[in-house]
Design a protein around this ligand. Structure first.
Ligand code: ZN
Length: 662
């Protein structure tokens, strides 16, 4: 629920020396560096807090690798041993091998971070076996060579990390490491039982969130809990070590928050996690803030298990004025939402929105990251205590810088006036879309009495993202935004509308292999919205396909009508969520969000390829160094890094605490 991925078209670049923001490019990926403006102005305590939390953020990297696939750590370590040991560092096979390893680092495993498909090595098995023979011995062997080769080279084996195709057993067909030895029916029975016993609890537990579900040799199904003394203990111990340090320099409120998190890591009790979240969401005053834990459930086909992630950040005071205006008007937005009044929140609580500067990314927020976060995810906490919503300005800034002069708009936007609007208002439109999505969209609305919130099953993420996006899109085109000073004119909204439809229907397809379906929930959501609006507006020519010089362009002709369509779809998606109408939700997603028009897809990929643009981006982190004098810490220095490989190897050496198989 809580993250937003980049929606704008400004996410790719042309390779040239004028691009100091890009530090590496391989396959469909470019790696960007980000800056941390304002770090120098933090107090010494705040700088130390950032340092300790940043250390904690790096300690969970192995957890994510293991969650993504049970052999990921063994494979990564084997590849790194070959890579660092290899004396011959050239030739097609080695170059292909290096590219493969970079992809594994970037995806935190052998499956693509976005499509979830297993990578295909472009080096031969024969060459790889030679390397194994040369560099892997009894002392550094992590796993059986034959099994390793089978996993890497057999296309069918563990083909997808997250398979949500209709009609398949999403548990046994997904390679993610959240379940073992159990099938979908068993998993659903296991957790439905728990949920039923908890049915009347006003503070329902997020069952299953912090554990792997396995079937023992005795046939019994049980949870392996991720906690100190449980699964992933060696990494969690390090995280807690740094959190304890952080508590010594935190203010009293934040100290309590950090101690609650430590308590939860030690107990593994999800009630402790909720208690921590309640404290965390209430702390809106601290300048430095962080996310650290098992947070988002996108990696679990049933949306229950959460991957480990961390973000360390501090407030961007200037940019915060934007979200403060939004939060101050939160009730107005809720009261005027184009949905059934029964599904509106009577009283919007604790909308806290801010713009932040990221200081460190870790776990599932690294190297690819979100540009907005809205937490916590538990519905009852959001309802009772509110949620914290952030947009990350230094990351969007880095994206924009890395995209300058990339030729994208010239290739895909047909009309000069649309290109001009994109140039003038594109970044502001993107930023406000993110703010509205995170700050108000996810937090809006309420469930009908009797609806539990898990009825939509595998379709819940897509529909929830659609709900938040539609809320943002609808209000972006409201005169109210001009009135309260958030936008100079509705041109900002129209620029975002054109971009959203083009991206959802067309350009985001550049991220998908020809012939494949859309799987990822943010992408599904955008496609759903774009295609639904196209269909419904067809008779009035609201959105139009234009063919020119053999190229397809999609243009919005009537922005006001499109806004009405956003409102209509929001009403329907809110109804589906509020009533838990699984069948209607399933139909919306399957009809509009999954299947891709083959010819259009092919054309997009060809045009994209000509521009030499990578569809995905991620980041290298800066390093932080303590400056000591006479045994006292007197400052913390920030050191910017510009070598992806070096950072990955550094992390694998210094911040790697788990055994290869957990
Ligand atoms: Zn979202």
């Amino acid at each position: 629920m809580g993250v937003i991925a980049l929606t704008s078209c400004s996410e790719a670049v042309k390779q040239d020396a004028e691009q100091p923001w890009i530090v590496d490019r391989f396959d469909d990926i470019k790696v960007i560096r980000y800056e941390v403006p304002g770090f120098e102005n933090l107090t010494l305590e705040e700088k130390q807090l950032v340092y300790y939390l940043a250390e904690a953020a790096k300690c969970g990297r192995d957890i994510l690798f293991d969650q993504n696939f049970k052999y990921n750590l063994a494979i990564r370590r084997t590849l790194e041993t070959i890579y660092t040991g290899s004396t011959v560092r050239e030739g097609d096979e080695f170059v292909a091998f290096e590219k493969y390893l970079k992809k594994v680092w970037f995806a935190n495993g052998i499956h693509h971070h976005y499509s979830n498909d297993k990578f295909k090595p472009e080096f031969s098995e024969a060459w790889f076996r030679e390397q194994l023979a040369k560099y892997i011995n009894d002392d550094n062997r992590q796993m059986d060579n034959d099994l390793l080769c089978k996993i890497l080279f057999d296309k069918e084996l563990y083909a997808s990390r997250l398979n949500q195709k209709e009609g398949v057993d999403v548990i046994t067909e997904s390679a993610g490491n959240y379940y073992e030895g159990v099938n979908q029916e068993e998993v659903e029975a296991f957790y439905n039982g728990m949920a039923a016993a908890d049915a009347n609890n006003p503070e329902p537990i997020s069952y299953g969130l912090n554990s792997k579900l396995v079937k023992g040799e005795d046939g019994k199904i049980y949870e392996q809990v991720w906690k100190i003394g449980g699964m992933y203990s060696p990494a969690l111990e390090k995280i807690v070590y740094w959190l304890e340090k952080a508590a010594t320099v935190a203010n009293p409120t934040q100290k309590e928050v950090i101690e609650a998190l430590i308590k939860y890591y030690k107990s593994g009790d999800l009630k402790d996690f909720d208690a921590y979240n309640v404290l965390w969401v209430k702390d809106t005053a601290s300048n430095v803030d962080f996310v650290n834990g098992f947070i988002e459930n996108y990696g679990d086909p049933l949306g229950r298990k959460s991957s480990w992630e961390s973000v360390v950040n501090f407030r961007d005071v200037e940019a915060c004025k934007r979200t403060e205006i939004m939060a101050a008007n939160a009730q107005w937005f809720e009261d005027n939402a184009p949905i059934n009044p029964a599904y509106r929140k009577e009283e919007v609580k604790g909308v806290s929105a801010k713009v932040i500067t990221v200081a460190m990314l870790g776990g599932d927020c690294f190297p690819a990251t979100a540009i907005g976060i809205n937490l916590p995810n538990a519905d009852w906490i959001r309802k009772e205590h509110g949620s914290k919503s952030v947009t990350i300005d230094n990351i969007t800034y880095a994206y924009a810088k890395a995209a300058e002069g990339n030729g994208f708009n010239e290739e895909f936007i047909l009309r000069a006036e649309d290109r001009e609007r994109a140039k003038l208002y594109g970044k502001l439109g993107d930023d406000l879309h993110t703010d509205l999505h995170e700050c108000l969209g996810h937090g809006s609305g309420q469930l009908a009495p009797g609806t539990k919130g898990d009825e939509l099953r595998t379709y819940s993420s897509t529909l929830e993202e659609a709900r938040a996006d539609l809320f943002a899109l609808y209000y972006l085109g409201d005169e109210k935004l001009v009135e309260i000073g958030l936008i100079p004119s509705l041109d900002v909204a129209w620029s975002q509308y054109s971009d959203y439809i083009m991206n959802g229907y067309m350009t985001q397809l550049s991220r998908i292999e020809l012939g494949k379906d859309v799987e990822e929930s943010h992408m599904r959501n955008r496609k759903l919205i774009a295609e639904w609006c196209y269909e419904k507006g067809k008779k009035d020519n609201v959105i139009e396909w234009v063919k020119q010089d053999g190229k397809s362009y999609i243009v919005v002709n009537d922005f006001d009508a499109l806004r009405k369509l956003f409102g209509e779809l929001l009403k329907e998606v809110q109804r589906i969520k509020s009533t838990g109408d699984y069948e209607a939700g399933r139909k919306l997603v399957e009809d509009y969000a999954v299947k891709i028009d083959y010819d259009l897809h092919k054309e997009v990929l060809e045009r994209y390829a000509k521009l030499n643009l990578e569809p995905y981006s991620g980041f290298v982190n800066p390093d932080y160094e303590l400056v000591e004098k006479d045994g006292e810490i007197v400052d913390v220095k920030i050191v910017y890094k510009s070598d992806f490989t070096e950072q990955m190897l550094h992390y694998s050496t210094e911040w790697s605490f788990l055994p290869s198989i957990n």
